[in-house]
Design a protein around this ligand. Sequence first.
Ligand code: ACM
Length: 793
Amino acid sequence: MVARLDGKARRHGWQRRAAVVVAAGLVAAASSAAAAPVLPLVPWPAQVAPGKGGLLLADGATLAVPVGDAAAKAVATLLAARLAAQRGLSLRVVEGDSGTVRFARAAAGKGGDEAYALTVTPGGAVITAAGDHGLLYGAMSLEQLAGAPGKGMVRVPAVTLSDAPRFAWRGLMIDTARHFQPLDSIRAVIDGMVAVKLNVLHLHLTDDQGWRFEVKKYPRLTQVGAWRTEPETGQGPGPRSGGFYTQDELRALVAYAAARGITIVPEIDLPGHAQALVAAYPDLGVLGGTPPVSGDWGVNPYLFNPGPQGMAFVKDVLDELMAVFPSTYIHLGGDEAVKDQWERAAQVQAQMRDLGIKTENGLQSWMIDQLGGYLAQHGRRLIGWDEILEGGLPPSASVMSWRGEAGAVDAANAGHDVVLSPAPNLYLDNLQSDRGDAPPGRIAIQTLEAVYRYDPMPKGIGADKAGHVLGAQANAWAEYLVTPWQVQHKIFPRIGALAESVWSDPARPKDYKDFLARLDPQMRRWRAGGLEVADSALAVDFKIAQPRGVALDARRLTVVLATQAPYGTIRYTLDGKAPTARSRIYATPLQVAPGTVITAADFAPDGVALSTPRRFDVTRDALLTTANSALSACPRGALGLRVPLNADATANGPAYNVNIFDACMADDHAPLAHAKAITVEVARLPRNYGLAHDQHAVIQRYATSPFGELVVSAGCRAAEKAADDRAKEHDPMPGAKVLATWPLPDPAKTPQRFSFSATLPQLGLPDESDVCFQFTASTAGPFYTVEQVKWGQ
Ligand code: ACM
């Protein structure tokens, strides 16, 4: 998805955060005095009637299933294993109708296979459901009622639940094509999904950058198409990377998911995003030539050729795909297929004439119709991204709406089934905070709250068509997510928020604070299960309240601490030690002397830390340093991505906010009245963006040395307003005052991170000046960003 690259960063106002944190302190105080703690259920069930007292679950307690009911036994065994892992509890699964927890079959009724009832009393618990999935979800609710992970026996609060989902499609997409994801991480994510009753795992198995599904009839798809050379950063070819899943591995994964109520929907993306396929079988491409498996993100030109040979190929692939994946829905992509190659290929144009098709979009529709028909013959249904609407949609096709909600509205109103997975709301590759320690992703920030507030029933869908909304899905695209750690960090905890939207009754008013209190123990269970769960919403942010120049002269500094989400209590220390549940509570902005170190974390009402402690050094050096995450784009608004230093970055590797359309970053608060010198730390990154029709938006600055320069100039924002981009090409910052210029070194001979230093000309400019850092290197790559700026005194 390249269309969103230039999306504006949504910054969150400090004032708002400060207000939130003061409120959070009050809420925590109030809730600790409140009598009934919120029941720890996410998603919130359809009907909840709290009871009196609770059921003691201790070692030796029994989980009783109906005699001969293998499915119920499997659910009980799963619950026993999970409670053993979470609490060290040893529960016994028995057959019969007496046990501490009893699983019982109800007559099939409304609510379908996923509906259940759960009654917990001091004397025992009963989970009743007609369907296997209902029993499973009753068990998951019981697991949640058992609270946060701990040691040994637990008292489950008495309650009666009667529950069924709002939507049938409660999904998550993992992009295994951009970066191959190991199966053990996918299994761990599945374990995390079932806890919150998500039931569709969409695997994006093919793209320009990799083909991950073993096809026995076409071995080159994985021999060739599963591997690529990572882009270089000026020092020769990058490492080879990739991987694929065998059919046996995927069959085992399908079974693992099915045991947790999850259907795996496979995606083969056609006719665009097909470069790995064309690399493996060039005859299936359009204009000839053998491209490499792509190392470029975005939109690449290579299209699949829907001629007779190509269509026979896809049907063969679908035969093998259907043999592995029993899912009714098969996803055939259809997104972002720029049609240039089809427009220029005589063979494709002849095919269109023969078929009486006038437009390339019409040909894509024809292809979808043919393949949808083929799937239907096998009892399956086609689903594709919303672009498949463009040339007219065959009646049987369903639509996954990603370019906002318009595709869903149009398709549902025309009688097609739809799944909502709109960017940016449900694109989990978006960052969840603007924190400097965020791992890579897109910078259209989608907070936990934004996902929580998303309602997958768009307004424009007629009431009589609402039944066509199957549900919603969050997508973890992985262009910038390399490691399982990074992928999981994007998924958790935000899928908890998604779960609430797709399962719970929309008539119940949203209450974010209530949700956070219920999510807290679930986050702990996910973590105890070995998953990486982002603490972005609950990590402490620090902000000096005074303007930078004033702070540099101040004897006391005012520091505001805040968390993004209004939950928990911030506690801090001033001695460099990690805060504990007994450390001082943050209530109002701190007044500290320069040189102080503040370490803070957010704590739950039970005293458990909700976020990793973050440290803030209130030193002069810190005041004089501008981190990459505090820089903005020049021109304004162009900041789109946060990227790793390298494709093989480890979880803790550095990540940088970058502006790929114009390699320019700005410090809008440069302390020029104080600064006598400057050091700029620079990172050189792979330039790997397939921009297709957006390529024209990339600005190539005029360079005067072989590898370009870094030009540092003050007053560039005014210059930005004064000149349009084209006029600026020969003078990057007309009217701005150049503070320093350095020729960039030969990439072949320089490490990826290096720095420049200079004394500054004393031009009498004030503090809070805007200073731009403009790289004029060739846009062919590699490209540059500022890692940090150190203003010297
Ligand atoms: C997409 O994001 N290209 C579906």
